[in-house]
Design a protein around this ligand. Structure first.
Ligand SMILES: NC(=O)c1ccc[n+]([C@@H]2O[C@H](COP(=O)([O-])OP(=O)(O)OC[C@H]3O[C@@H](n4cnc5c(N)ncnc54)[C@H](OP(=O)(O)O)[C@@H]3O)[C@@H](O)[C@H]2O)c1
Length: 295
């Protein structure tokens, strides 16, 4: 059976390591972390492998899974190179969403196949994650042979594979930040506007809930353009002008968000085709106009 070693084994390394080991698709060899204690804890969690504290203690494996924090990936790749373990028969892969496989270039220069796999999941508790990993979308990019191997391995543990363009991996990753973290920030912005209108925060949350859930459902059911409703979908420039004026007078940050997202909404509205071209043009002009007096 082919073998793999894990370099950096925290939340993600433990989860993926145990799943691969349990699936019987690859045999875990060594587990390398910064401290002997965490390497031992990871080995115990995975239920196999040998904890090591230095790159020189690693033996040859078919795959080196680098699951260190993003900032340490380049150093881990250099450590593997120095240990003299890499050639055309080895694959090196990291699991970061924000970095491409080019960070593993030193390993590629030694002949190894390199790739990255980004499991789109929040790995809070590995004990929970091993149970609910199946169905996780995993974005893959890198050398063809490495992609093939990793698609097979992550597929065997229930991952759903999709390709990423390596040239725009960071932009791709920002997409997750926008729809996840920024959705939360957008909800906060909406709450502040409700509160300014005299609605207590708790009530505002209750009012928002069916609105937000319904909108999210509509996006996944019908797509973004068809899910768009409201003044920009209707081409109602008067409403947009009044809201912009009110937000400029209330909170410049909210006005900035309204303008930026309004421009994306205007593109969707054009695709949707409900608004009149003149209404939409007026809205786009309003959205492009900065607050009077702003530099
Ligand atoms: N967490 C998530 O939700 C998530 C989701 C998708 C992808 N990812 C990606 O998965 C990777 C791992 O993230 P994580 O959340 O599992 O990290 P983590 O829980 O912080 O674990 C990091 C591991 O790397 C080890 N480490 C740190 N510096 C190292 C070095 N210089 N050399 C060797 N090992 C080192 C740590 O060792 P010690 O324990 O001894 O400190 C620890 O075992 C990252 O690239 C991250 O972007 C994370």
């Amino acid at each position: 059976m082919k073998s793999f070693s894990i370099i950096g084994c925290g939340a993600v390394g433990k989860t993926v390591g145990r799943l691969l080991q349990q699936a019987g698709v690859m045999q875990v060899k060594e587990i390398l972390t910064r401290s002997a204690a965490s390497a031992q804890a990871a080995t115990d969690f995975i239920g196999a492998g040998r904890p090591v504290a230095d790159f020189q203690e690693l033996s040859r494996a078919d795959l080196y899974l680098v699951a260190s924090p993003d900032d340490a990936i380049a150093a881990c790749a250099r450590g593997l190179c120095r240990a003299g373990l890499l050639d055309q028969h080895t694959t090196v892969c990291h699991l970061s969403g924000s970095l491409g496989s080019e960070i593993l270039e030193p390993a590629r220069a030694m002949g190894a196949q390199v790739a990255s796999v980004h499991p789109v999941k929040s790995f809070a508790d590995p004990a929970v994650c091993v149970g609910d990993f199946a169905g996780t979308w995993c974005g893959i990019e890198g050398d063809p042979q490495a992609r093939e191997l990793l698609a097979e391995l992550f597929g065997a543990i229930g991952g759903r594979i999709f390709p990423i363009d390596p040239r725009f991996k960071t932009v791709y990753h920002a997409g997750s930040v926008l729809v996840c973290n920024y959705l939360t920030a957008l909800m906060e912005a909406g709450l502040r506007a409700f509160q300014k209108g005299g609605v207590p925060r708790e009530t505002a949350l209750q009012v928002m809930e069916p609105l937000v859930r319904g909108t999210v459902d509509n996006v996944f059911r019908a797509g973004t353009a068809r899910a768009l409703t409201g003044p920009i979908a209707r081409g109602d420039a008067g409403v947009v002008a009044r809201q912009l004026g009110a937000l400029d007078g209330f909170d410049s940050q909210l006005a900035l968000i309204y303008r930026a997202l309004g421009s994306v909404a205007a593109e969707l509205s054009r695709e949707r085709g409900q608004a009149s071209p003149s209404g939409l043009a007026a809205i786009e002009e309003l959205l492009a106009t900065k607050k009077a007096g702003a530099s």
